[in-house]
Design a protein around this ligand. Sequence first.
Ligand code: 4AD
Ligand code: MG
Length: 438
Amino acid sequence: VATCIKIRDVKRYVDRRIAVQGWVHHMREDGKKLLFIELRDGTGFLQCVLSDLLCQTYEALTLHREATVLLKGTLTADERAKGSFPGIELRVDFWQLIGPSPSEIENILTHESNPDILLNNRHLVIRGSRTSTILKLRSIITQCFREHFFDRGYVEVFPPTIVQTQCEGGSTLFQLDYFGEPAYLTQSSQMYLETAIASVGDCFCILPSYRAEKSSTRRHLAEFHHIEAECPFINFEDLLLKIEDLISDVIKRVMEKASDWVLSMNPNIRVPKRPFRRMTYEDAIRYCQENNIYKDEATKMHFELGDDIPELPERKMTDQINEPIFLIRFPVSLKSFYMKKCEDNPRLTESVDLLLPGVGEIVGGSMRIHNLDELLEAYRREKMDPSPYYWFTDQRKYGSVPHGGYGLGLERFCCYLLGLYHVRDVCLYPRYKDRCKP
Ligand code: 4AD
Ligand code: MG
């Protein structure tokens, strides 16, 4: 009997007879006497050789890519073999078809397939080696975020994603019917984390957030994974240091686990230098005015104080500066209702966006209003009905405390680290405007 192994372990079994199961990733015939199968099992790729009668059966003659097979044989060192472990191939002496794949598989995806065809067939595209590497790296990156938080004593909590409040403005809410009552898909778990600090202290969550973003850009999704953290008894300076620590430490951890893969995708990535550059919103407006970054490229209209800096100019500035930027102290008018005002200027907030080259905004965070009257005033200013927020308001009633936190978009972070252009490339099945399948 042959032990059934995973391809990642083949090195340990050289010169032994083993069994492997997987998908036919590629195949190539050499005359009628040899059939080379590159087998994929999710853990790696292995070159397998079928010879003589084994490749002349009906099943061998009608075999196509993506069929599943069981192969038995001897693992042999051969320097011509390619795959995850160059130098090792399987000389097959017995094989069996598990699930056939019809010949049409060859015509579904070609080099000419347009993005829509690729996205409709995402369930097949993810079988490709590049996408599979990206998905594995995303898993490692997520693990590193968790390890970072656990290492620093945070507790992971699990807020609901069906809610009755907005956190980041009404225009991007997905509404749904919840047993006859209106409800929304959450835009952020922040407000629930704020309640959890009184129970478990420093806490974090990794959950989907939803935004009905009407425009599709290369960094906006309708469903994204949000890594959010909240800490009691901190000030704005502490908050910035925590975000800096998070980014540097997670990149370091990912490089320790998977530098080969990361560098093969993004040769220039390094753990960024600390401290990160800090720039106030006002400085950013001035920077744009002085460096030919316009509010409107066509008319060369300049930014002015009070303007929101949208995605494109923001990224242009970040790419020119080419290092992480803490953009801080945004005007009240541009930010969410819950943000604490600066003590030296009530028109500004203790807020931060972390901008990283290639992507732009990756993190958004702030200190939160912890004074009850100030929060009630913020509801009025934003014309919000405070009643659904009673539990959020209660935090300011029963033992309020200065606190702050942030949210990081996992897909954007993956794009930064792996040097990818589009957030949809790091999603198993991306969701954005006009795309809800598969
Ligand atoms: O800046 P945002 O909207 O901040 C919040 O939601 C806060 N309540 C978070 C908090 O303080 N706990 O979103 C935070 C981050 C953004 O910087 C971005 O990386 C990501 O979430 N993000 C998106 N990613 C992909 N697609 C979208 N539509 C995103 N919207 C936000
Ligand atoms: Mg933001």
